[in-house]
Design a protein around this ligand. Structure first.
Ligand code: HEC
Length: 239
C-alpha cells in the first residue's frame, strides 16, 4: 500500500516540472489578454504600444518601426531579459519614471512568472501566432480599447461586409447619420462617434471607410478612414 503510494508520488514529482511549465505558459497566454489590446506579437505590428516580437535581448525603446516611445524609456539603458522584464511588469513607473505605458503592473509574482514564460516562447523569432480574425470592437475588446485610449484591435478592414462599409455621413446639429453600403442609416450623438484613421495594412481601402462598433451599449462606433484628408470630404453638413 505504502509502496504504491510512494511510486505514485515519485511519478508526480518527476513529471510535475514539465506539466508545471506547460501550465505556466497556458496561464501566461491567458494573462496576456490584458496586454493584447496594446501589444501585438507580430513583428512590427504596432498598436498603442510597440510589437513585442523579438523582445528578449532588445534594448528598451529601440524598435525602429515604433514612433511613440517616451524619452524616458528610450534613454533608460535597459536591456530586456527575464529580470528587467519582471521589474517592468511589477511596477513600470518605479522602474522607468515618466514612461508612457498606461499600465499599473502585476503584483502577483506567479502571474508575472506565467506571463513571462508565455512571452519568452511567443516572442521568439518565427513564433508569431497566426493572424486570427479579430472580432469587431464590440464587447470587452471595444470597452477596453475605449478605456485604454483606443488601442483595441480591429478586424482587417480591406474587405468589408456591406453593413460595415460607410457610403455617406451627414452632420446636423449634434447628430451624425451614417449610411452604409447596405443602405441602412444609423444616427449617433456627435460625442459617440469617433473618427479615426488607419493607414496600415489592416486599414480600409482609400475612399471606403469602415464603421466598427465600440463600447458595450451599441450607441458608439468608430469610423475608420484610410487617410485624414478623407474625413472632411466624406462628412456633409445637412439637415
Ligand atoms: C494601454 C496600453 C498598454 C497596455 C495594456 C500594456 N502596454 Fe506595454 N507599452 C505600452 C506603451 C505605450 C509602451 C511604450 C511606453 C514608453 O515609451 O514609455 C509600452 C511598452 C512596453 C514594453 C517595452 C517595449 C520596448 O520596445 O522597449 C514592454 C516589454 C511592454 N510594454 C510589455 C507589456 C506587457 C507584458 C503588458 C501586459 C501585462 C503591457 N505591456 C500592457 C502600452 C501598453
Amino acid at each position: 500500500m505504502h509502496r504504491t503510494l510512494f511510486a505514485a508520488l515519485a511519478a508526480v514529482l518527476v513529471l510535475s516540472p514539465v506539466y508545471a511549465q506547460q501550465d505556466s505558459v497556458a496561464r501566461g497566454e491567458r494573462d496576456f489578454r490584458v496586454c493584447a489590446p496594446c501589444h501585438s506579437l507580430e513583428p512590427d505590428r504596432n498598436m498603442t504600444g510597440p510589437s513585442l516580437a523579438g523582445l528578449w535581448g532588445r534594448k528598451a525603446g529601440s524598435l525602429p518601426s515604433f514612433e511613440r516611445y517616451s524619452d524616458a524609456l528610450k534613454s533608460s539603458g535597459i536591456l530586456w531579459d527575464d529580470r528587467s522584464l519582471d521589474g517592468w511588469l511589477t511596477d513600470p513607473d518605479r522602474m522607468v519614471p515618466d514612461n508612457e505605458m498606461p499600465f499599473n503592473g502585476i503584483k502577483n509574482p506567479q502571474d508575472r512568472a506565467d506571463l513571462l514564460a508565455f512571452l519568452k516562447e511567443a516572442t521568439k523569432p518565427g513564433a508569431a501566432p497566426q493572424r486570427t480574425a479579430q472580432a469587431p470592437m464590440g464587447g470587452m475588446g471595444g470597452m477596453m480599447g475605449g478605456m485604454m485610449g483606443g488601442g483595441g484591435q480591429v478586424p482587417n478592414l480591406k474587405s468589408l461586409e456591406p453593413n460595415m462599409q460607410v457610403k455617406a455621413i451627414t452632420y446636423c446639429h449634434d447628430t451624425y447619420r451614417v449610411t452604409t453600403a447596405d443602405d441602412k442609416t444609423r444616427h449617433f450623438w456627435e460625442r459617440n462617434l469617433r473618427l479615426k484613421t488607419d493607414s496600415s495594412q489592416d486599414g480600409p481601402q482609400r475612399g471606403a471607410p469602415a464603421i466598427v462598433p465600440a463600447g458595450m451599449m451599441g450607441d458608439r462606433a468608430d469610423v475608420i478612414f484610410a487617410a485624414p484628408e478623407e474625413i472632411s470630404k466624406m462628412i456633409m453638413s445637412r439637415c
